[in-house]
Design a protein around this ligand. Structure first.
Ligand code: HPA
Length: 277
């Protein structure tokens, strides 16, 4: 299936949402976007409905930096969840409409709570690689914004407030619930660089000075879209590595994915709690 990309964004979103509904993706309550190396979480859904992006109108137009690229829908812990396993990164698509498209579709499907996850570099030197951070706020260093262009007035305002993007009450509950299970969740600010090159040590020093605790190449576009529509957002960063220049060694994409694979059970516990609270 190929989508005519010259058609207005809202028409394309509606077409994708109607298609998913017709395939049985009915009223998902929670939308989960999985970060690099974290896609295995989708395998935890029992009796899932799995649709390949290539078979979904509108979704086939985006590039995924991961072999997966699936929408996984099903019931999980008593909730109807839709999972995007395989993210559309800005550095793949060069286009914010494409990058944020899955989040737009989740909004159209009526998702109430977004759980947006990523692997990130740890900028805060009081913390360690291997820890998790709940995003309390973000800094958009991408130089772009997914709301640029015609505003979809039926979804949200032209100038949406960003003061309460990452729900504080849910963050507090999640930190408590995790602590009870012996998992420490940090709380901090996520800065989005476009990538795909990792940051330079000077950029990391800059990120620290402007208040970032973690850096990554995703999450901000989807969070802006979900917040525009007034949905709840929980942002979870897995701090896969210390950011560039913190340790005296180079970074590789492979170490990010390997680190993520090592913690997949703890990650799943955190996401489970994010669904339950
Ligand atoms: N920088 C940017 N993105 C990342 C990093 C990093 O150090 N680690 C994982 N994703």
């Amino acid at each position: 299936m190929t989508t005519d990309m010259t058609r207005p964004l809202d028409e394309r979103i509606r077409e994708t949402a109607v298609f998913l509904y017709s395939r049985g993706v009915i009223r998902p309550e929670v939308g989960i976007i999985l970060g690099s190396g974290l896609n295995d979480f989708a395998d935890r859904i029992k009796n899932p409905l799995i649709l390949s992006y290539n078979d979904v109108p509108g979704m086939e137009a985006g590039l995924v930096s991961d072999h997966r690229g699936q929408i996984v829908y099903g019931e999980y812990n008593g909730k109807k969840v839709i999972i995007m396993a395989g993210r559309f990164h800005y550095y793949e698509n060069r286009d914010m409409d494409k990058t944020a498209y899955p989040a737009r579709v989740m909004v159209a499907l009526g998702v109430k709570r977004f759980i947006i996850t990523n692997a990130a570099g740890c900028v805060n030197t009081d913390w360690k690689a291997g820890e998790f951070m709940l995003i309390s706020d973000h800094i958009n260093l991408s130089g772009n914004n997914p709301l640029i262009g015609k505003n979809l007035d039926a979804t949200g305002p032209r100038f949406p407030d960003m003061t309460y993007t990452y729900n504080k009450e849910l963050r507090e509950k999640l930190i408590k619930a995790a602590a009870a299970k012996g998992i420490r969740l940090r709380e901090g600010v996520y800065a989005m660089f476009t990538g795909p090159s990792f940051e330079t040590p000077a950029e990391i020093r800059f990120a620290r000075i402007i208040g970032a605790d973690a850096v990554g190449m995703s999450t901000v576009p989807e969070a802006i879209i979900a917040n525009h529509a007034g949905r709840e957002i929980i942002g979870i960063s897995f701090l896969s590595n210390m950011a560039a220049g913190v340790l005296n060694k180079p970074l590789t994409g492979a170490e990010v994915t390997e680190a993520a694979l090592r913690i997949k059970d703890t990650f799943a516990e955190v996401v489970d709690m994010a669904l339950e609270i």
